[in-house]
Ligand binder design. Structure first.
Ligand code: TRP
Ligand code: SF4
Length: 328
């Protein structure tokens, strides 16, 4: 299968990004699919066009997170959206057949307009977000797009626009399907969904000491006020972290039982978790630190990947222009 996905360079990646998407990307790569993984820097502008000072920095950091997580430039194409100008050309052409009303009705658009009041989302760029995303996907004729559930409507829109194009001008595009990762519940340090905008994220790049500072004060089962009160792991975000990091079934059973009978305290439970996180993350942290010291390598990966991506994108664009009878 041809696979394509991307992330915006607006932050370093956190555990939610890893367990919700990145882990699945690595799996698809290891299964031998033809993978394209993009950093979508133009998409970062759709909601934050005023302050662009960190986009390049985050681009490198996101690629570092990709590589440290196991995305391998020998197996997958890792590239930067803005380095493949054909995305912009296809975006323009697809825009011609996109209804403004259809874009305004996309649930994520309405939601973000009403929730993020401090941002200027009244722009043409933000309304056109799904059209640019459709261009990202269709230009590679991707069969499948591994994304979070929150991207569902965008993939649906992509299929619609591809269908419309194909029926007007001839079969050029493949209708992609969304691939949702097995649902992993990754709570933030405040118990809500992990998100960089809530300020409750544990980043892949956080050192052990930072992780410890974030985990130790976390609120656990709120009914467990005293050490002697029994608790319920199912009401506790620390337990969800154990499910992600603690593969040792005996240890998990002991915690489940110990919590319910007040044999163990929350501090003990958090210490055990930190130990498991350390074991699991140490190789990642080492790999990441090494990559971080070699910024030239990161840039080379992006340059080489973008060149490869461009070959494919150019070919599709030729077919598109031919089908639409644009140009000479
Ligand atoms: N909208 C995606 C997100 O916020 C990012 C994205 C842009 C994307 N273009 C894409 C994801 C193409 C998959 C395929 O997560
Ligand atoms: Fe949560 Fe562990 Fe405390 Fe139970 S013992 S409430 S699972 S932190």
């Amino acid at each position: 299968m041809r696979i394509l996905s991307g992330m915006r360079p607006t932050a370093k990646l956190h555990l939610g990004n890893y367990f919700g998407a990145l882990r699945n990307w690595v799996k698809l790569q290891e299964e031998g699919n033809d993978c394209y993984f993009c950093v979508v820097d133009w998409h970062a502008l759709t909601s934050d066009y005023e302050d662009t000072s960190l986009i390049r920095y985050y681009t490198r950091e996101v690629v570092t997170d990709y590589l440290a997580s196991g995305i391998d430039p020998e197996k997958s194409v890792i590239f930067l959206q803005s380095q493949v100008k054909e995305h912009a050309e296809l975006f323009l052409l697809l825009g011609m057949l996109t209804s403004v009303g259809r874009l305004e009705r996309i649930p994520t658009y309405k939601e973000m307009r009403s929730e993020l009041k401090d941002k200027d989302l009244s722009t043409f760029g933000f309304l056109g977000y799904p059209v640019l995303m459709a261009a990202d996907i269709l230009i590679y004729k991707a069969d499948a797009v591994p994304v979070g559930k929150d991207q569902e409507y965008h993939i649906e829109f992509t299929r619609e626009i591809a269908r419309k194009f194909n029926s007007l001008y001839g079969d050029v595009f493949v209708l992609p399907k969304a691939l949702f990762a097995p649902i992993a519940k990754v709570p933030g340090t405040d118990g809500r969904k992990m998100s960089k905008s809530y300020g409750n994220a544990i980043f892949l790049s956080d050192t052990f000491d930072v992780v410890k500072k974030k985990i130790m004060p976390m609120i656990t089962d709120t009914n467990r006020k005293r050490r002697t009160d029994p608790g319920d792991p199912n009401k506790c975000p620390i337990w969800l972290y154990h499910l992600l990091f603690n593969d040792d079934e005996d240890s998990r059973n002991m915690i489940m039982e110990g919590c319910r009978t007040a044999k163990i305290g929350c501090v003990d439970c958090k210490r055990m978790l930190l130990q498991k996180i350390k074991e699991k993350m140490e190789p990642f942290w080492e790999k990441r630190a090494k990559l971080e010291r070699d910024q030239n390598y990161i840039l080379d990966v992006l340059k080489a990947g973008s060149r490869r991506a461009r070959e494919v994108a150019k070919k599709t664009l030729e077919e598109v222009n031919e089908a639409m009878k644009i140009g000479l």
